[in-house]
Design a protein around this ligand. Structure first.
Ligand code: AHM
Ligand code: MG
Length: 335
């Protein structure tokens, strides 16, 4: 990446200046996520060495206890965000309850809360497949000066102020939106700086990739079964090609660049989807819409769902707008 490319730090400052009355709080928060992401990236990159320096539950050569990477990523994000005193609460896929953040000097004065999936797809780490961190930022609705409440976290996705992900892949990227389009930054690991590599990312309106775990076929709703057959039919630009990594951020990222649809439908035996509305679906839905795509539960817009619990799950249909619209058509026709 040449020096002509804008760095993420420069981009954040430039964008902050575009908001007339901005206090810089959101910029600081995104900066903290950028930093935590770099630390997690460093840990993820060492994953293959764990067998050499000591596996989970053992003591490594430095005498430190090894931790599972998803727990470690959770702790890195929570520490980085709470030490910098820029959020009033955090909810993580790795914790049952939300964490109120109160600092002694700055008692509950911060206005943002963060929801985070610290290391999504972590079962892929053992086989050296890309994983990601997903984050979602809201303005609190409870009064400043008081501890945060559950209602601050149970806001519909359409209230998000910012959302994004960090993908720890062949290269590490941070992709985020503050509601003005989607931009992607690639980390130059030699100097620890992210550069704007993917400005104004957009889902192509059509694509030829469908991403779904077809091993669960018998448990899928009829609409999804019929849609899969439609994807496989020879007509126009079909059959589509099937690509499923099983690492949500990675599947989403590829589909956004190439055009495609990701589906994690309701599992008939479980009665729900697998993915979490607050930590996974809402932030990716915000990004998808900002990139000209669609995110739905098969019938309705993800961002309009009123959450009732922190770890709520939902079916998820997300990607290129014409493809998701077609899948929704099948869902409606074969209930
Ligand atoms: P996780 O939060 O426990 O990592 O689970 C989420 C992951 C997603 O990254 C991925 O898309 C999905 O689970 C894969 O699930 P499955 O193995 O059932 O296809
Ligand atoms: Mg997850």
């Amino acid at each position: 990446m040449s020096q002509d490319h804008q760095t993420l730090g420069e981009f954040i400052i430039e964008k902050q200046n575009e908001f007339k009355y901005s206090t810089g709080e959101l910029s600081k928060l995104i900066n903290a996520i950028r930093l935590a992401g770099k630390i997690v990236n460093h840990e993820v990159n060492k994953a293959g060495l764990i067998d050499i320096i000591g596996g989970s539950g053992t003591i490594n050569v430095q005498g430190e206890k090894q931790q599972k990477l998803d727990i470690l990523a959770h702790e890195i994000f929570v520490h980085t965000l709470s030490n910098r005193e820029i959020v009033c609460g955090i909810a993580s896929e790795e914790e049952d309850h939300f964490l109120p953040i109160n600092s002694l000097d700055n008692k509950n004065q911060n206005k943002y809360i963060v929801l985070i999936d610290p290391l999504d797809g972590s079962s892929n780490i053992d086989v050296n497949v890309s994983v990601g961190t997903i984050f979602s930022i809201y303005r609190r609705i409870s009064p400043i000066g008081k501890p945060v409440t559950m209602d601050d976290f149970l806001q519909p996705g359409n209230k998000q102020v910012a959302a994004g992900y960090i993908i720890y892949g062949t290269s590490t990227m941070m992709v985020y939106t503050t509601g003005h389009g989607v931009n992607g930054f690639t980390l130059n690991p030699a100097i620890g700086t992210y550069y704007l590599s993917h400005p104004n990312m957009e889902f192509p309106p059509d694509g030829n990739i469908y991403s779904i775990n077809e091993g669960n076929y018998t448990h899928f709703p009829n609409g999804v079964k019929k849609y899969i057959k439609y994807c496989q039919m020879e007509e126009g630009n079909r059959p589509y090609t099937s690509r499923y990594i099983g690492s949500l951020v990675t599947d989403f990222h590829r589909n956004m660049i190439k055009g495609g649809i990701y589906i994690y439908p309701k599992h008939n035996q479980l009665g729900t989807g697998k993915l979490r509305l607050l930590y996974e679906c809402n932030p990716l839905a915000f990004l998808a819409e900002q990139a000209g795509g669609i995110a739905s539960n098969g019938f309705n817009r993800i961002l309009d769902i009123q959450p009732t619990e922190l770890h709520q799950r939902t079916p998820f249909f997300c990607g290129s707008k014409n493809m998701v619209a077609k899948a929704e058509e099948f869902m409606g026709a074969y209930k």
